[in-house]
Design a protein around this ligand. Structure first.
Ligand SMILES: Nc1ncnc2c1ncn2[C@@H]1O[C@H](COP(=O)(O)OP(=O)(O)O)[C@@H](O)[C@H]1O
Ligand SMILES: [Mg+2]
Length: 153
């Protein structure tokens, strides 16, 4: 089986649609999952993360943790670890922040700018690549790759 055995592409036309996509993924997430978000500024990574936290009824607003690198959100049955890797140099910095301890304890990790820390990420990640549309301001194209089948349609 090659990495990214399952690959699909979704396009969204609004913030609400991107958050609805996130909710469909959230319903399939398991403890210890790592959701790796890639894509340029304003491509929708934080918006998507907000959709995830809303699904788990987390009241706390999922702001971009650009200055803290890492935010933890707690729901009744799940902990979401939200990471913004934009200012990191490599995955080693994540490791030093205790990343694996969080994952081993069952947190679901959501990483913005995951390409920067890709050196430490395992093939089992759920990878989403966000792209803006050249013509339509509110359109985003999202490629989802994972080893396990995730039907998000
Ligand atoms: N279809 C869409 N999906 C997500 N965001 C969208 C969409 N259309 C417009 N936007 C806007 O694009 C911006 C996305 O910002 P954000 O989610 O913070 O991106 P990132 O975290 O990738 O920098 C927001 O201003 C949002 O309102
Ligand atoms: Mg962001």
């Amino acid at each position: 089986m090659t990495p990214a055995a399952f690959k699909s592409k979704v396009s969204t036309n609004s913030v609400a649609e991107t958050q609805a996509l996130a909710a469909r993924l959230a319903a399939k997430l398991l403890p210890g999952d790592i959701v790796a978000l890639e894509g340029e500024l304003a491509s929708g990574k934080t918006t998507f993360t907000q959709g995830l936290t809303q699904y788990f009824s987390i009241d706390e607003y999922a702001a971009s943790p650009t200055f803290t690198y890492m935010n933890e959100y707690h729901a009744e049955n799940v902990t979401i670890l939200h990471i913004d890797a934009y200012r990191l140099k490599s995955g080693n910095e994540l490791v030093e922040m205790g990343f694996w301890e969080y994952v081993e304890n069952g947190a679901i990790a959501v990483i913005e700018w995951a390409d920067i820390v890709a050196d430490i990420l395992p093939p089992e990640i759920i990878r989403l690549q966000f792209r803006r549309d050249d013509a339509a301001q509110n359109r985003r194209h999202i490629i989802i790759s994972s080893l396990r089948g995730l039907d998000l349609t």
